[in-house]
Design a protein around this ligand. Sequence first.
Ligand code: 5RP
Length: 213
Amino acid sequence: MAEDDEKRAAAEHAALLPGDGMTVGLGTGTTVAFLLPALARRRLDIVCVATSPATEQAALALGLEVRPFESMARLDLAIDGADQVDTDCWLIKGGGGAHTREKIVAAAADRFVVIVSEGKLVEELAPPVPLELLGFGLEATLATLGEVRLRPGPPSPDGGLIADYLGPIASPAELAAELSATPGVVDHGLFPAELVSEVLVGRPNGSVTRILP
Ligand code: 5RP
């Protein structure tokens, strides 16, 4: 499938970035699923942290060293996918519901590299914006947020409920501030361009383009 080839191209390019001795944050999703074996094949001396149990299990199965992200203050590098990347390099993430951990890992990294297929590039971000919500006071939080749909399925590994904000995105920065200021919202899937070091885009011809914010 063409989109998978683009994801693989971006992921395999990113797999060349880590070097021996580095700490590396691993994202979540189908693009990252191409990253993990490419990284494992390099047999580097690296320590990884995973943004989801699925990534942790896959990385461990491939022989990568994964440690809990409780005792490391910074990471050298984090690599993750995205659902949408706009022309300013603002992102929407959280298609897999892992955006809270993904944002913590991205923010802790000296370099945050986003790997996407070409179709993820958009002129303007559009809903849905993934949310993680506390169960406590859920109905009150939903009423405050307005246009929100709870996702079926299990809670996040941290016990949060995954939902999607469906309202308009007039300004990503304003909406991000609004969502962050809403009591009961653990975090949202809007990632500011300031978090992003570069975006690697896999193209249909197999090449990879680097976009800087
Ligand atoms: C998971 C994410 C993913 O990075 C995002 O959904 C992209 O997924 P994929 O690589 O499968 O297209 O944010 O929470």
